[in-house]
Design a protein around this ligand. Structure first.
Ligand code: ASP
Length: 341
């Protein structure tokens, strides 16, 4: 049986490498990222035509997915739900824990094993950092190991968001050599936001990239991420001044204040005026720079920015669905059934 951190399925020898559990972005290689980006473009283009959409529909009608989302979600839930339907996968869901037998005292592991009796993949969002890994360990120990996809775990990780962010950055820099060598700023509540943590991990796959973390000291990126970047030779800096670094950025990734994790009044000290992006910041961004945001937005991102072609966050949101289609294609190993471009 696999351990919780393995990303590859127990495939017979000489079978093409497959993805299995998607728990932590650190296990993804550059080759896998490039393949997923390529697959994302292929399914995105294919889905545009009626015949292409029909081909996608025939890929996985024999599979069922469980969407276990007991923490709030709009985009990740909807994009996974639609990604499944694009591929013909049937879905069932639990969004409210009070409707599951966990309220009768059923353990988390037993609940996961129960889901795995009925479906072929569990896509889960939970409030605890290690819960997706625990779910993977539970199914690995069973006679029916099925893939677990972490769709956001507490303040810890959000690997599929990081994948769609990579795809959006690669597309944005398509004619400028891709992500490699670019300077990317991350601004906001970097300490408690899981998306930046996951994306920072994936950045180790892109030589020459420079990361700039922009936040007040109390909300700066955590030491564990910095250690990982250092260990992988990724150049990074920290600052509390957007003003100083903005003209040097190729991309800025904005994030909201994660007030839901407050245990006291932590968020009250966050000065939105210093860490927000509006018309005047847009005026100082490079003409070919891009603005990303995992959404939902708060006061850090002025809606007037939406109209600027450098604002790519609505495209980023939609890319999430296509990247999740590609991920499911890869997990179930049906990529060779896709027509060539
Ligand atoms: N939607 C993202 C997440 O689930 C970003 C956020 O909520 O701030 O982490």
């Amino acid at each position: 049986m696999q351990t919780a951190n393995l990303s590859r399925a127990p495939a017979p020898e000489r079978a093409p490498a497959r993805l299995f559990h998607i728990l932590d972005p650190r296990v993804l290689t550059r080759a896998q990222l490039d393949e997923l980006c390529d697959l994302t473009t292929r399914v995105r283009i294919l889905a545009k035509s009626r015949i292409g959409a029909r081909i996608l529909q025939t890929l996985l009608p024999h599979k069922r997915a469980m969407l276990y989302f007991v923490q709030p979600s709009t985009r990740t839930f909807m994009s996974f739900n639609n990604a499944c339907h694009i591929l013909g996968i049937r879905t069932s869901e639990i969004r409210d824990p009070s409707t599951s037998s966990e309220v009768k005292g059923e353990s988390f592991d037993d609940s996961i094993r129960t889901f795995s009796s009925y479906v072929d993949v569990i896509i889960m969002r939970a409030s605890g950092a290690g819960l997706a890994a625990q779910a993977a360990a539970a199914v690995d120990a069973s006679r029916r190991p099925i893939p677990i996809i972490n769709a956001g775990s507490g303040q810890d990780q959000h690997p599929t968001q990081a994948l769609l962010d990579i795809y959006t950055l690669e597309r944005s820099f398509e004619h400028r050599g891709g992500i490699e060598g670019k300077t990317i700023g991350f601004m906001g509540d970097l300490r408690r936001g899981r998306t930046v943590r996951s994306l920072a991990y994936l950045m180790t796959n892109y030589p020459g990239v420079r990361l700039v973390f922009i936040a007040p000291a109390a909300f700066q990126i955590s030491d564990d991420i910095k250690s990982h970047l250092r260990a992988n030779g990724v150049e990074f800096s920290e600052t509390d001044s957007l003003h100083e670094v903005l003209p040097g950025l190729d991309a800025i990734y904005l994030t909201r204040l994660q007030t839901e994790w407050d245990v006291g009044e932590e968020s009250a000290s966050f000065d939105h005026r210093r860490y927000s992006f509006g018309p005047s910041e847009l005026g100082r961004l490079k003409p070919e720079g891009v603005v990303l945001h995992p959404l939902p937005r708060g006061p850090e991102l002025d809606p007037s920015v939406d109209a600027d072609p450098r604002a790519v966050y609505w495209r980023q949101e939609r890319n999430g669905m296509w990247m999740r289609v590609a991920l499911l294609v890869k997990i179930f190993g049906v990529e060779d059934e896709l027509p060539e471009r």
